[in-house]
Design a protein around this ligand. Structure first.
Ligand SMILES: Nc1ncnc2c1ncn2[C@@H]1O[C@H](COP(=O)(O)OP(=O)(O)OP(=O)(O)O)[C@@H](O)[C@H]1O
Length: 493
């Protein structure tokens, strides 16, 4: 059995709770991160069974981290450093009003210890044997609680609100449309920060060029407006439609247009598209460097056109097809960014539902963008037979718990395996056989020997059969497999 340090992990009930605690000390103490990194380095070489306790104190916010790291060779960082947009998002924004970009949106933000502070997490990077009793792989305990306070939107300000359909977005958020989102640290006096949502890659100018544009809410659905976006070359075909480059000949802007088809006679699929259209207008208000920005959507007679950020490099799935499986250092980099985007979505109780290599896009500078978040609810709900099971958690397949944040964490574990092997777990099997394995194989999929202990431990933690035992996205940011990525992306000042 592994040693456990730190506070006990509160078992998740239904939806995991995370403590999203950001603060702005990093703005004034930019060296904090490198300080953190140095401290972490001190743990290297220690005996694996030796408890290690580190406290990184950032302006009064403590991060406990107890683990021993053995990730093997981490030298070499194959990808370029992140763009300044992320640093802007992380470090600068509390003073920059989001209202400049997304009217009314404000959420707390601050330093990151490897990303976020205020999360007590302990890790054992031992390669844990599978417990035959509960089918769990490794031990993980940590703790986190999210407190996101959403202030009420004043009447008349709202963009298109949710319909009677359940939204992927937290109900309060749906109602309030990210009007004002603040994060409060548990156990401290009220200390709110404006959420520094990043500058949207789409400017008001671009939005105004879109049909029936409503800057705060994206594009209103319409069947009559002629889009100013010209559908250009085909980027690829997916299960539910085709993706094209969109070009605006008036201002030269480029976006990606996903055309989701609705069967003319199929009322169900038409209803799905209507729901999705409404949801996209809400999701377009979310913004993070690691999520693909939705700009809006337009419902036509037979198709729903979803306008989104154009991500040049294509998907991880495509890169794997072209170049084969990734080195561990690339997997670490990508995984950190995936978890970073997911922590943002989960922080506002938004479930992605379809994390997999094909839905994770890569920019030319190595930036990861989670795509298609929120779509699976409407599309796979209506066309569940079309949805491949390889990345799905057992409870998602059996539909016991409904969608949950923990289901996304399972899918991340599958995606890490996909990056390491070019195939998802059980990818060598047909879908029905794979589903059977997911549901019945207590020992989980095979993990390649060449991966480090940290990588193996990370995957096993994500693939625990008990969803309540899986770590949260925030906790995973502190895992030794990926936590050093925060300093590698340009914070070693
Ligand atoms: N925003 C985008 N920018 C650039 N390329 C994109 C964008 N969105 C999707 N693509 C590309 O379009 C292709 C089709 O994407 P789509 O999301 O429709 O299907 P998929 O995710 O590959 O498969 P599935 O529908 O089964 O999940 C993919 O090859 C993807 O790389």
């Amino acid at each position: 059995m592994s040693a456990w340090w730190g506070r006990k992990c509160s078992k998740n009930k239904g939806i995991q709770k995370q403590q999203v605690v950001y603060h702005d000390s990093l703005r004034t103490h930019p060296l904090n991160l490198s300080k953190s990194s140095n401290k972490n380095d001190n743990t290297k070489g220690k005996d694996k069974e030796t408890p290690t306790s580190l406290v990184n104190d950032f302006d009064g916010y403590s991060v406990f981290s107890g683990f021993d790291s053995d990730s093997g060779d981490r030298s070499g960082h194959p990808l370029p450093r992140w763009s300044t947009s992320f640093l802007f998002w992380c470090c600068c924004c509390p003073t920059s009003s989001v209202k400049d970009h997304i009217p009314g949106a404000a959420v707390g933000m601050g330093s990151r210890s490897g990303s976020f502070s205020g999360v007590s997490t302990s890790w054992s990077s031992d390669d844990q044997p599978v417990s035959q009793e509960n089918g769990q792989f490794g031990d993980f305990r940590g703790q986190g609680d999210t407190k996101i306070n959403v202030r009420s939107r004043s009447p008349g300000q709202g963009s298109s609100g949710p319909t009677s359909q359940t939204s992927l977005i937290h109900p309060r958020l749906s109602d309030l449309s990210l009007e004002s989102l603040t994060v409060k640290q548990e156990g401290r006096k009220s200390q709110f920060f404006h959420l520094p949502l990043p500058v949207s890659p789409v400017s008001p100018t671009i939005l105004s060029a879109l049909p029936n544009t409503n800057i705060s809410g994206g594009i209103k659905s319409t069947t009559s407006t002629q889009s100013q976006w010209k559908k250009e070359r085909l980027l690829g075909r997916g299960t539910f439609g085709d993706v094209y480059v969109g070009f605006n000949s008036e201002n030269g802007n480029i976006c990606a247009i996903k055309e989701v088809r609705a069967g003319c006679d199929d009322q169900i699929s038409r209803a799905c598209l209507k729901q999705l259209n409404q949801e996209i207008n809400l999701l377009s208000q979310l913004s993070h460097p690691n999520i693909c920005q939705y700009y809006g959507s337009e419902l036509g007679e037979e198709t729903l056109s979803v306008y989104m950020e154009y991500v040049y490099g294509g998907s991880i799935h495509k890169l794997l097809e072209e170049y084969g499986s990734f080195n561990e250092s690339a997997i670490q980099n990508y995984t950190w960014q995936i978890i970073s985007g997911l922590a943002y979505l989960h922080g506002i109780n938004t479930v992605h539902r379809d994390i997999k290599g094909a839905n994770i896009l890569v920019n030319v500078n190595g930036e990861i963008k989670l795509a298609d978040f929120g779509m699976a609810k409407h599309l796979t709900g209506c066309f569940s037979m079309l949805s491949k099971p390889y990345w799905k958690a057992p409870e998602v397949i059996t539909n016991t718990n409904g969608p949950s944040l923990a289901g996304d964490i399972w899918s991340v574990g599958c995606t890490v395996l996909e990056m390491a092997t070019s195939k998802p777990p059980w990818g060598q099997y047909e879908q029905a056989a794979a589903m059977f394995k997911i549901l019945n194989r207590k020992d989980g999929p095979e993990i390649p020997e060449h991966l480090s202990n940290d990588a193996r431990n990370f995957i096993k933690l994500c693939l625990q059969r008990d969803p309540t035992a899986r770590p949260t996205a925030l906790q995973l940011l502190h895992h030794p497999f990926i936590r050093d990525q925060a300093t590698r992306i340009g914070w070693q000042i």
